[in-house]
Design a protein around this ligand. Structure first.
Ligand code: HT7
Ligand code: ZN
Length: 870
């Protein structure tokens, strides 16, 4: 595919003030008539006499300008675009096209999912519905009429407010919707189906009543309550924290089974992957509940950060995504435990975005070029983008940040703008010079900050050095502006005053390659630095912590991130001694068990945090810290350590399992925290039992009991996973019983597939082949494909990297099959091979050979990813 470059941006030559769409849905096809009110853009750079529109997979039936029918050569129809020469300064263009939603398995544009019609237009799907300038800086007012069979599709929805509806001949009907807010076409949506509705309302701060309607298949009506509660909380929170009120009289959400991502923020009509909106304790884990809360909020928050103020071009994607992730993370922090939420967010960033930033797909938060924009909906744009907004929040302080965001929304309401425009508001309000800071947007890679210190004459001297390693296409890096929040702890873990004011925490700003910061602390011993508190910048921090210092931080630091980071460092160090130095796993137990024991003793204070502190890093995370990547060695080390800790601390784990048991399900945060810790304890005991240690019968009885009479899906699935992953007696019958019980619940069956695809070990490849042949497996259902292929490739290194190459062959066959069905999903999954260059040579060669075979027939989406990896 051709390369699109940021430097080539030109304003649109033509504007579309009004778009009147008429969508006629019939069995086998749909007819779309679009009436566009077009005028020349006075701010356009060039003045072409021709109009160029995007369009893909469209069968053009008729075209006219101001009611004058056109035929070739009045227009030119080429791959992907329609050119109409000789147009006046202002005109109405009417096109009629035929499309085929039934055969649309790419899930871009208009498609069918379980008997309903729905759309996905971001980023460039609208061009599969009609001819249009499909770019985010063309904002148009949309009026949409939908026609369909009344019995099969009683519900006809689009953006904005309903303005007309009625019967038509032949048992058909129509509905017209009008959206008063001009919007880019990527925010267009349409739904037609027979759906159940959960209805509620919300009174805004200014006293307007907004109708809230959540739609799903009738069988899922009882799973919409949590999303509704989350939505109302998000609406109130956005008013309180960002001063943002909802602007239409109606807000609708539709759940669909077939969806490429999590959800989509279409104006007034959000469309959600069922996995991000449906929740019920019997079918959804606690993690699932949290995800629904955050995705519902995320999409709702886009109404301002993305819809009212949108992106000028797709290079600015993080303008809406980074900002909206920051907003949803802050919302989740306010709704749940702030410390736990922050650690979860940082864990995700460090263990998923950092590897992206260190691999072949590394790109800046504001990329400078792309082939397929779909491939840039990445963790870098979303999660690192959010960290960049968070740093600005930290630099300005909450009050000024709010003033700057108010200015941003006010100044750019109804416009399509850039990341520079956002930062300019931050600068204007605060008076800060953020020109160096802006390198965070344009420079790829994770900065490495190396700290060293000395203590002399009552002065603690901290030297920080920064270096960002080269990334593809960017060899030279410049110093970034890096806020490092810190404290200094004495031997007892008390934070020392850092200056005369008595403050015990400060933020230093590293701007140069190397800087030394001095603190006149009143102590006679070198303190323990508590660095990068709250994870104040998305950097990798190196400091030669002594084991005793980490234990102090873990036990006493008031900062949640630093406590968790200390635990992680202790685990990584123990694993390195096994993997690199050939030490025995048993030899680590003497050092680790007292540490874990201490955390367990205090677990009652905050069970959710204790669960995080007691969780060992994943195989992927450990593998990423050793070069070359030796997945089998990592797997062996982690399994041995986990089993050893399971056995050594068995009495404590059992105590937790018993004390944390709840006779009845409760949905509150405290109950969720307890379930989480209980699962961790069961995980250790199961690992020990799987290695033939501990009281296996007692454990199996415990797990079977949870499966026979589960209080909720968190417990049921946790027990199933523990049995299956550790190959304990009864695992296979339990899988069969689970499938029997849940065969009609697609989202639960996704979990059933995922549990099996993540059984550690090379044998799982054969098992996964079997799963692909299972009656319930569907290649056209992205959630199912992710459950089997995605989880194996990304979450099961010892299977994916099976020494005989069978995992790679499985992967390549799946990509090939999928690429013909859904190229976006194929390209996303292909990123699972991004660690190719880090693999030990024998594995790298096998993976590379498997991928090379795919390249000649690959779609544009897949080709871009393969080319970067290979
Ligand atoms: N803004 C939404 C992006 C999205 C998307 C992008 C590409 C292909 C399919 C997609 N579905 C949704 C999601 C969000 O960030 O809120
Ligand atoms: Zn988003």
């Amino acid at each position: 595919a051709p390369v699109t470059r940021l430097t080539d941006y030109r304003p649109p030559a033509w504007l579309v003030d009004h778009t009147r769409l008429d969508v006629d849905l019939r069995d086998g096809h749909a007819t779309v008539t679009a009436e566009l009110t077009v005028r020349r853009n006075p701010a356009g750079d060039d003045r072409p006499g021709e109009l160029v529109l995007d369009g893909e997979h469209l069968e053009l039936l008729s075209l006219s300008v101001d009611d004058r029918p056109l035929g070739e050569p009045d227009y030119r129809l080429e791959e992907g675009r329609l050119t109409v020469p000789g147009v006046p300064e202002q005109f109405t263009l009417t096109s009629k096209v035929r499309i085929h939603p039934e055969s649309n398995t790419a899930l871009e544009g208009l498609y069918r999912s379980n008997g309903m019609y729905c759309t996905q237009c971001e980023a460039e799907g609208f061009r599969r519905i009609t001819f249009f300038p499909d770019r985010p800086d063309v904002l148009s007012r949309f009026t949409t009429t939908i026609h369909a069979d009344r019995a099969a599709y009683p519900l006809l929805l689009s953006n904005g407010n309903p303005v007309d509806s009625g019967d038509e001949e032949g048992g058909r009907h129509f509905a017209t919707w009008d959206d008063p807010f001009p919007k880019p076409c990527y925010l267009f949506a349409l739904v037609a189906g027979d759906l159940a509705c959960l209805e509620d309302s919300f009174r805004t701060a200014s006293g307007r009543d907004v109708a809230l309607r959540l739609y799903a298949e009738h069988r899922d009506l009882d799973k919409l309550g949590h999303a509704m509660d989350s939505l109302k909380r998000a609406m109130a929170w956005d008013e309180q924290v960002f001063g943002r009120e909802y602007d239409l009289d109606i807000f609708q959400v539709v759940a669909v089974s077939h969806f490429n991502m999590g959800a989509m923020e279409n104006k007034g009509l959000n469309i959600f992957n069922t996995s991000c909106v449906l929740a019920h304790p019997a079918t959804t884990t606690d993690a699932g509940f949290e995800r629904v809360e955050s995705v519902v909020a995320h999409e709702y928050f886009h109404n301002w950060s993305g819809n009212r103020v949108t992106c000028r071009d797709w290079f600015q994607l993080s303008l809406k995504e980074g900002f909206t992730v920051f907003r949803d993370q802050e919302f989740s922090s306010d709704m749940n435990s702030r410390a736990v939420t922050r650690v979860e967010n940082v864990d995700f960033l460090v263990n998923h975005q950092f590897p992206e930033d260190q691999g072949p797909m590394a790109h800046p938060v504001r990329p400078s070029e792309y082939q397929k924009i779909d491939n840039f909906y990445t963790l870098t744009v979303y999660e690192k983008g959010s960290e960049i907004v968070r740093m600005q929040h930290e630099l300005l302080g909450a009050e000024d940040f709010r003033r700057a965001s108010d200015l941003y929304f006010e100044r750019f309401d109804g416009q399509a703008v850039t990341c520079d425009d956002f930062v300019a508001c931050m600068e204007e309000v605060s008076g800060l010079d953020l020109s160096q800071f802006k390198r965070w947007y344009s420079q790829a890679g994770t900065p490495l900050v190396t700290a060293s210190d000395r203590f002399a004459d009552g002065e603690y001297q901290l030297t920080l050095r920064q270096e960002t390693p080269p990334t593809p296409g960017q060899s030279d890096k410049q110093p970034l502006m890096i806020p490092v929040k810190l404290a200094l702890l004495d031997d007892q873990g008390r934070a020392l005053p850092l200056d005369d004011s008595g403050a015990t925490e400060t933020v230093v700003i590293l701007r140069d390659s190397e800087q030394t910061f001095r603190f006149p602390v009143a102590t006679d011993r070198i303190p323990t630095p508590s660095l990068l508190r709250g994870f104040s910048a998305p950097v990798s921090l190196r400091y030669p912590f002594k084991e005793a210092q980490l234990i102090t931080l873990l036990a006493h630091d008031s900062d949640g991130f630093c406590r968790w980071d200390a635990a992680q460092r202790l685990y990584f160090a123990a694993l390195a001694r096994i993997i690199d130095d050939g030490e025995d796993a048993a030899a680590q137990l003497d050092r680790l068990t007292p540490v874990l024991e201490q955390v367990i003793q205090r677990a009652g204070e905050d069970p959710a945090e204790a669960a995080l502190l007691l969780t060992l890093p994943t195989e992927t995370a450990v593998g990423d810290r050793h070069t070359p990547l030796r997945p089998q060695a990592v797997h062996d080390a982690l399994s041995a350590l986990r089993a050893g800790l399971g056995e050594a601390l068995a009495a404590s784990w059992w105590r937790l399992v018993e004390e944390l048991a709840e006779p009845e399900y409760r949905a509150d945060g405290e109950a969720m925290g307890k379930r989480r810790l209980r699962q961790v304890a069961l995980g250790y005991l199961s690992a020990a039992a799987g290695a033939g240690r501990g009281d296996r019968d007692k454990l199996v009885a415990q797990l079977q009991g949870m499966l026979d009479a589960p209080t909720c899906m968190t417990e049921e699935l946790g027990a199933l996973r523990a049995l299956v992953h550790n190959q304990l007696p009864g695992a296979e019958p339990a899988l069969a019983a689970f499938a029997q019980r849940w065969r009609d619940e697609a989202l639960v069956m996704d979990q059933w597939f995922a549990v099996q695809a993540t059984v550690p070990g090379a044998d799982t490849v054969a098992r996964a082949e079997g799963l692909l042949a299972h009656d319930a497996f569907e290649w056209t259902l992205p959630n199912r494909v992710r459950a089997v292929v995605g989880t194996l490739v990304n979450g099961n290194p010892s299977a994916f990297h099976a020494p005989d190459g069978s995992g790679y062959a499985f992967f390549a066959r799946a990509l090939k099959k999928l690429d013909g069905i859904n190229p976006q999903i194929a390209a996303r999954l292909a990123n699972g091979a991004a660690r190719l260059q880090r693999l030990e040579p024998a594995l790298a060669e096998q993976l590379s050979a498997a991928l090379r075979e795919l390249r000649p027939a690959a779609s544009a989406n897949l080709a871009e990813v393969l080319d970067r990896i290979l």
